[in-house]
Design a binder for this molecule. Structure first.
Ligand code: AHM
Length: 337
C-alpha cells in the first residue's frame, strides 16, 4: 500500500496557519487541538458502543426534556474536561448543560475564547449504528480578560464566530472546521491516531440533487415549504432533476453530505413546534458559518442564521441550509405573498 506520510495532521495544519500570521498567539490552534483530542476519545467509545455498558439510556432527561444517553454524558465530559484543562477557553455552553459553565481560574479568566457544543448530535442513532457527531462553535469573548467569562460572551450572533466545526463518527471519523481563512476537513488516520488533512479548501457545490427533510412532518409545514418539497419531487432532467431525497436523521451526516456533494437540508417549523427542533447556538450557527464560508447559505426561512441575535442558550430555530442556488429557489417559495 502506498502511504502518503506527507499529509498534514490537524496540529501541523493549525501551526502552519499560525506561522502565516506571526501576530497569532496560538490560542485558537490550542483550542482546536483540545477539541481534536476529545473527539478521538469519544470516537474510541462510539466505536465500541455495542460492546460495553456505555450503550443505552442514562435514565435522565436533559435540559431540553429529551432522554439522555450514556454516550451523551461521556462526550460532554470529554469536551468539557479538555477545554477546562486547556489554556484557550474561558467557559463552555453545551446541549447537555442547563446553563453556561465559566471555568473561573487564573488561566481560564485570561483565555480569549468561549466554546459552545452539542457533544453528541443524533445520539438516538447510536443503538442502530448510524453516524452521529459533535458540533462546536467558538466566539472571542467580549468581556475583559482577567475576569470570569459572562453570558454576553456566549450570546453573540453567529456572524461573530471565529471558528466552528463538527466531527462525524461514521464510516470514517472526520473533523471539519472553518475559520475566516476557509473550511478544511481532516480524516482520522487510525494507524497514527491523528486527524490528517483529507479535504482541503472545501467549497459547497452551487447546486445539487439531494434534498433532506423529515417527510413525516410534511403536513405540518408552511405552504411555501410544502410547495418547495413538491417542486423537488417534480424536477425533470431539464430542471437539473430528478432530485433524490436523503434523510439520515443525524444532522452532521445530512449536512456534511450536502456540503460535499451539493444539496439542501431543511428542518422547518411545524404547527406543533413553530421554531422547529434544532438549536441555534450549537447546531445551526456552526453549520451556517461553515456553509457561508464555503459558498452555501443558511437561513431560518427569512434571514441568515448568522444574523439572528440570540436571546437564550438553548433557543431553537427553523433551519434551511445548503447549496446557494437551491437555497435561492427555496427563498422564492417562502417569500410572504
Ligand atoms: P438530538 O439532539 O436528539 O440528537 O436530535 C438532533 C437531531 C439532528 O441531528 C437531526 O437533524 C434531527 O434531530 C432529526 O430529527 P427528526 O427525527 O425529528 O427528523
Amino acid at each position: 500500500m502506498n502511504i502518503n506520510r506527507r499529509v498534514q495532521t490537524l496540529d501541523e495544519f493549525t501551526i502552519q496557519q499560525m506561522r502565516d500570521f506571526p501576530q497569532a498567539t496560538g490560542e485558537l490552534a490550542g483550542l482546536l487541538r483540545d477539541i481534536g483530542l476529545a473527539a478521538k476519545r469519544v470516537n474510541v467509545e462510539v466505536n465500541k458502543a455495542g460492546l460495553v455498558d456505555i450503550l443505552g439510556d442514562a435514565g435522565g432527561i436533559n435540559v431540553q426534556g429529551e432522554e439522555v444517553k450514556k454516550m451523551d454524558i461521556f462526550a460532554n465530559n470529554q469536551f468539557m474536561g479538555v477545554l477546562r484543562h486547556g489554556i484557550s477557553c474561558a467557559g463552555i455552553g453545551s446541549e447537555e448543560l442547563d446553563d453556561i459553565v465559566v471555568f473561573n481560574d487564573e488561566v481560564s479568566n485570561n483565555s480569549k475564547y468561549v466554546c459552545l457544543f452539542d457533544p453528541l448530535d443524533g445520539s438516538s442513532n447510536i443503538d442502530v449504528n448510524v453516524s452521529i457527531g459533535t458540533i462546536f462553535s467558538v466566539f472571542k469573548r467580549v468581556s475583559p480578560l482577567g475576569q470570569p467569562a459572562t453570558a454576553e460572551d456566549f450570546l453573540q450572533p453567529g456572524r461573530r464566530q471565529v471558528a466552528a466545526g463538527y466531527i462525524i463518527y461514521g464510516s470514517s471519523t472526520i473533523l471539519v472546521y472553518g475559520t475566516r481563512r476557509g473550511v478544511n476537513g481532516f480524516t482520522l488516520d487510525p494507524s497514527i491516531g491523528e486527524f490528517s488533512l483529507s479535504h482541503p479548501n472545501i467549497t459547497c457545490p452551487e447546486t445539487g440533487k439531494f434534498y433532506s427533510v423529515n417527510h413525516g412532518n410534511f403536513f405540518q409545514y408552511a405552504d411555501g415549504v410544502k410547495k418547495y418539497i413538491d417542486g423537488c419531487q417534480k424536477k425533470t432532467k431539464a430542471d437539473g432533476g430528478p432530485y433524490t431525497q436523503r434523510y439520515i436523521g443525524s444532522m452532521v451526516a445530512d449536512v456534511h453530505r450536502n456540503l460535499i456533494k451539493g444539496g439542501i437540508f431543511m428542518y422547518p417549523g411545524t404547527t406543533d413546534k413553530p421554531n422547529g427542533k434544532l438549536r441555534l447556538m450549537y447546531e445551526c450557527n456552526p453549520f451556517a458559518f461553515i456553509l457561508e464560508l464555503s459558498g452555501g447559505k443558511a437561513t431560518d426561512g427569512s434571514i441568515s442564521i448568522l444574523d439572528i441575535v440570540p436571546a437564550s442558550l438553548h433557543q431553537r430555530t427553523p433551519f434551511f441550509a445548503g447549496s446557494r442556488k437551491m437555497m435561492d429557489e427555496l427563498e422564492i417559495f417562502m417569500k410572504p405573498a
